[in-house]
Design a protein around this ligand. Structure first.
Ligand code: XUL
Length: 540
């Protein structure tokens, strides 16, 4: 039996998911496989010294959101130590892959490559990184402080549509290119001293492999720097972003790339198999695509995590003409479409905490309010929103009484589902089935609203950590490919990513019309709040 390890360095935590796979197929054509371990280390709780809240630093400017690369590195040490404490036999791990929160960037000086290569098991990863960061913190996907840089890049590249056609997305504030440009413009000397700009994914892979790891096309497409068709850096986009950028970026390599053997650091310190391969890491959404088993067109998944995302497998490249959605590279070598909402779980928690509820009480509140919420609408922009772009944070309400707990709870969930439905139209996928994943997908009342708003069957994923699972499956796939024994993606995801059909939630036909009206009303409120439409009539 072989172990494959998937790690997920997300906004709030670092997780490990270990799968065991029988290399041989039985006579009945079956292959034994199971999840051996599913561990999560929460940054705020377990590494409180960094002072993060929900995994990020609070800045007085709500548009500036950074986190700590040192915290992520320390978490990696802690997670391996915990696996060892739990008695996991890490000497059986054949390959390790990972998933990282997308867009976040880590800036390293010229000595970092040597530091990676010379990791000494007597010293921690944090000690090795001391003195090698040219920017002490890392801007992450929640940062929306680069509107000016986005405009500059867009105008240099000939407009939003050209940027989208070239890179898969128009320029977005959280994307790495605009973030790099801001660093170059505001901290020019530190930018000049930067030898390598990594994504969270390639940074973590570099620590594991003990060398600079490449960026995969899945995460590379979240930078506004990669030619989405060529799956390589676009010299035009690099020039529009910052000088000498080509020399500061890692290579782009296929998601199946074996970066190398695991660094001896992990062998000596935690007993990892010295022959274990490190596979290129990818972004959390591309990994979740595999983790929920979307390796064919026609289905979509909704991930209800720190960010809410809606994504689907896309065989042919087609960018969003409205410029709200993204096309990323899929780990299968195809494409994926995605839209991202910043006001995901933290917005749900804000409403929950306002009334001192736990999730059970939140569910009861949802049940105590009618579908369509008697016409009340909340635009849940507690933080600056990505879709649609809202930089000036603050929830907007139409006919909602904030003191009415059931109405407020329903309003936030209905708003999130309506917004996802409206802004995903460009994907043009018949959504008769939605795969639901992420923390809130355990909440039946939320899934019922999802089913009703989309008028689609909702199948919750049977595994909580779909990004980590996707990473573990990618590790297995890449290992077999490198061994000359490739396994089709449909077989790789089979069994593991099977949704929980017992948890299936069907749309309630009685609510169909209510939600058709609600979607119209929500869209009218949104247009009004964005200054694009008249005061909505909430009476019909
Ligand atoms: C996707 C995005 C978020 C992060 C969160 O574009 O910004 O989903 O990947 O981890």
């Amino acid at each position: 039996m072989s172990f494959y390890l998937g790690l997920d360095s997300s906004t709030q935590s670092l997780s490990a998911l270990l799968i065991e796979v029988d290399p041989a197929v039985s006579e009945a054509g079956e292959r034994h496989r199971r999840i051996v371990l599913d561990l999560t280390l929460n940054f705020d709780d377990q590494l409180p010294g960094y002072g993060t809240k929900s995994g990020v630093f609070q800045d007085e400017d709500p548009q500036v959101v950074h986190s700590s690369p040192l915290m992520w590195a320390e978490a990696l040490d802690c997670l391996f130590a915990r696996m060892q404490d739990e008695g996991v036999d890490l000497s059986r791990v054949v390959a390790i892959a990972g998933s990282g929160q997308q867009h976040g960037s880590v800036y390293l000086g010229a000595g970092a490559g040597e530091a990676f290569a010379g990791l000494d098991p007597e010293r921690s990863l944090v000690q090795h990184l001391q003195g090698h960061l040219t920017r002490s913190s890392a801007p992450v996907w929640m940062d929306s402080s680069t509107a000016r840089e986005c405009e500059e890049i867009t105008s240099a590249l000939g407009g939003p549509q050209s940027v989208a056609e070239l890179t898969g997305s128009r320029a977005f504030e959280r994307f790495t290119g605009p973030q790099i440009r801001k660093f170059y413009q505001q901290e020019t000397r530190a930018y000049e001293l930067t030898d390598r700009v990594h994504l969270v994914s390639s940074f973590m892979a570099s620590l594991l492999a003990g060398r600079h790891a490449p960026i995969d096309p899945g995460d590379g497409s979240g930078m506004n720097l990669m030619d989405i068709r060529e799956r390589d850096w676009s010299s035009l986009a690099l020039e529009a972003t910052a000088p000498d950028l080509a020399s500061k970026l890692p290579d782009i390599a296929p998601s199946t790339t074996i970066v190398g053997k695991v660094s001896p650091y992990f062998v000596q310190r935690f007993g990892v198999n010295p022959e274990a391969s490190v596979v290129a890491w990818s972004g959390d959404n591309p990994c979740s695509l595999i983790g929920v088993g979307l390796v064919r067109p026609g289905q979509v998944a909704i991930s209800l995590g720190t960010s809410d995302t809606l994504f689907g497998f896309m065989p042919e490249l087609r960018v969003d003409p409205a410029g709200e959605g993204h096309v990323f590279g899929a780990p299968t070598g195809d494409y994926m479409s995605l839209i991202c909402f910043k006001n995901g779980s933290l917005a749900r928690e804000k409403v929950r905490d306002r009334f001192g509820f736990d999730w059970l009480a939140f569910d009861e509140a949802l049940a105590a309010s009618p579908p369509g919420n008697n016409g009340a609408v909340l635009l849940p922009w507690f933080d600056p929103e990505i879709t649609p772009t809202v930089l000036d944070a603050g929830p907007r309400v139409y006919g909602l009484d904030w003191k009415d707990a059931p109405a407020a709870a329903r309003a936030v969930v209905e708003a999130q589902m309506a917004s996802m439905s409206i802004h995903s139209r460009w994907m043009d996928v018949e959504t008769d089935t939605i795969y639901a994943t992420g923390g809130a997908s355990k909440n039946w009342a939320i899934l019922q609203i999802m089913a009703d708003v989309f008028d689609a069957e909702v199948l919750p994923s049977s595994v909580g950590q779909t990004a980590a699972l996707g990473a573990a499956l990618r590790a297995w796939h890449a290992d077999r490919l490198a061994a000359g024994d490739p396994i089709p993606w449909s077989v790789v995801v089979e069994g593991f990513s099977a949704p929980d059909s017992a948890g299936r939630v069907s749309p309630n036909p009685a609510n169909k019309e209510v939600y058709q009206n609600f979607l119209r009303r929500y869209e009218a409120c949104e247009r009004h709040a964005l200054g694009l439409g008249p005061e909505p009539d909430l009476t019909n």
